[in-house]
Write a protein that binds this ligand. Structure first.
Ligand code: DC
Length: 240
């Protein structure tokens, strides 16, 4: 479970806000979630990191990524925890800090593969619901507003054109990048395809989510727009 160390409760009437941020890779979710957490005194919980940690374990133990039963058995013997840090979540896999090991292309691809299985999703959703049950969180992922917290007070669905998201991802790799932008875009499209078309909890906006298309926005502008959405919601809630 996550350390609940945030001092501020900015929501009216002592209500502990839940902010759900969903969207595809490279849409700016992490930046937005981090800034909202800072600004409104919320815990920032990055659910993708949990799927990534589990994928890392499957890769290490050479469990086939298409074997639902074997993955389910593996999950029964796995403990994943998120701890909030200054800039990002620390991810603990069976108490080992794997934060620095889960962002490479192999784990990225594997995370998308293991996340299609209902038993894996049900397990993750339970963990995530427990982490956020007291509110005061901004939770980022693919199914937060639709499945994990359909009752979230604020739901933002962040999107952008694939080419723009691919370039953002490429830029994040920095000067040491060993892949071409086209490769990054190809992988991102493949992952999009899988995340959006899986049978269980596909990536899609909740009916009551606010859509934010960041294709023509800088990340600063996206953050500002998201802050305005949360402020407006807090205002509406305090006027009740
Ligand atoms: O957000 P991310 O790129 O770190 O997520 C990695 C993979 O995990 C993503 O391809 C799909 C899966 N995922 C998911 O299915 N549901 C979530 N709530 C978060 C991530």
């Amino acid at each position: 479970m996550t350390a609940r160390n945030h001092p501020v409760d900015p929501a009216p009437g002592g209500m502990k806000l839940i902010v759900a941020i969903d969207g595809p890779a490279g849409a700016g979710k992490s930046t937005v979630a981090r800034q909202l957490a800072k600004r409104f005194g919320l815990l920032n919980l990055e659910t993708g990191a949990m799927y990534r940690a589990f994928a890392l374990k499957a890769l290490r133990l050479e469990v086939p990524l298409s074997d639902a039963k074997a993955l389910e058995q593996l999950s029964e013997d796995t403990v994943i925890r998120l701890e909030t840090g200054e800039t990002e979540n620390r991810v603990l896999l069976d108490e080992e800090d794997v934060t620095g090991l889960i962002r490479n292309p192999e784990v990225t691809d594997a995370a998308s593969r293991v996340s299609v299985f209902p038993s894996i999703r049900a397990w993750m959703v339970r963990l995530q619901q427990r982490m956020g049950e007291d509110g005061g969180v901004v939770m980022e992922g693919r199914d937060i507003g639709t499945v994990v917290f359909p009752q979230a007070e604020v739901k933002i669905f962040l999107d952008a054109a694939p080419e723009v998201r691919g370039m953002r991802r490429f830029d994040q790799l920095g000067p040491g990048a060993t892949v071409q932008p086209e490769e990054v875009l190809r992988d991102l499209r493949a992952r999009d395809e899988r995340d959006r078309n899986r049978a269980d909890s596909p990536l899609k906006p909740a009916p009551d989510a606010i859509l934010l298309d960041s294709t023509r926005m800088t990340l600063d502008e996206v953050v500002q727009a998201a802050e305005s959405i949360v402020e407006a919601r807090l205002h509406a809630l305090s006027a009740r």
